[in-house]
Design a protein around this ligand. Sequence first.
Ligand code: NAP
Length: 231
Amino acid sequence: MTITLITGANKGLGYEAARRLKAEGHSIYLGARDKGRGTAAAESLGVRFVQLDVTDDDSVAAAADDIRRRDGRLDVLINNAGITGGRSKPEDVTADTIRAVYETNVFGVVRVTHAMLPLLRASENPVIVNVASGLGSLGIVTDPKRGESTYASLSYASSKSALVMLTIQYAKAFPEFRVNVVDPGYTATDLNGNSGTQNVTEGTDAMVRMATIAKDGPTGRFEDRGGVIPW
Ligand SMILES: NC(=O)c1ccc[n+]([C@@H]2O[C@H](COP(=O)([O-])OP(=O)(O)OC[C@H]3O[C@@H](n4cnc5c(N)ncnc54)[C@H](OP(=O)(O)O)[C@@H]3O)[C@@H](O)[C@H]2O)c1
């Protein structure tokens, strides 16, 4: 059975990915930073909860230990947890504002990936799916036809660009893994006050496709639900 960990899965896209991948036969670890919210979400899906705050070294190390004890390996890691950091005016954005967003969206992914590497290496087909955004695509944010080009998002957009680059570098570093990055598309969740135009099932199409990728499938790709998108 495929053992899958999803970070930030107590709600939104992570929760829907957990629901869909469980239906595909995966054994899910539903990661959440809050024990109460995480346990309730995991129980509602009939999957296992693991406490995991991506900004906290001890929490991430304990989650890795927990998975090692219970299963001894991890097949699929979905780095989904993310924050926007709010919408500050660009002139009000400071290094501290950006650092807080990077702590979750960038350093959090490195922290979790680093801790889970030994477990992923124990898998026959290790897969990492990083959840970025169209706002992290240089091609999309400079395309006047795209909504993402119409406003400046210093912290969030640059954090997701960093995540796209991390994905490429991890894919090069670990050719025996499938390491890909996805843009869910603009999806109604708490992240955007439920203003998104897609539902969570549409928003998890690319995540689910990349999480169920074959051993000889692509690696180092940036895709949305329609396929490859610009860097
Ligand atoms: N929705 C969209 O339109 C859209 C578009 C492009 C990309 N994305 C990306 O998709 C991912 C999921 O977003 P969403 O729309 O599902 O947002 P969401 O509903 O706000 O869910 C975000 C999840 O991340 C968790 N989280 C935040 N900080 C965390 C931390 N330090 N440790 C562990 N978990 C943490 C939240 O937990 P709490 O409940 O404890 O806060 C929550 O479970 C994010 O990476 C986001 O950037 C979303």
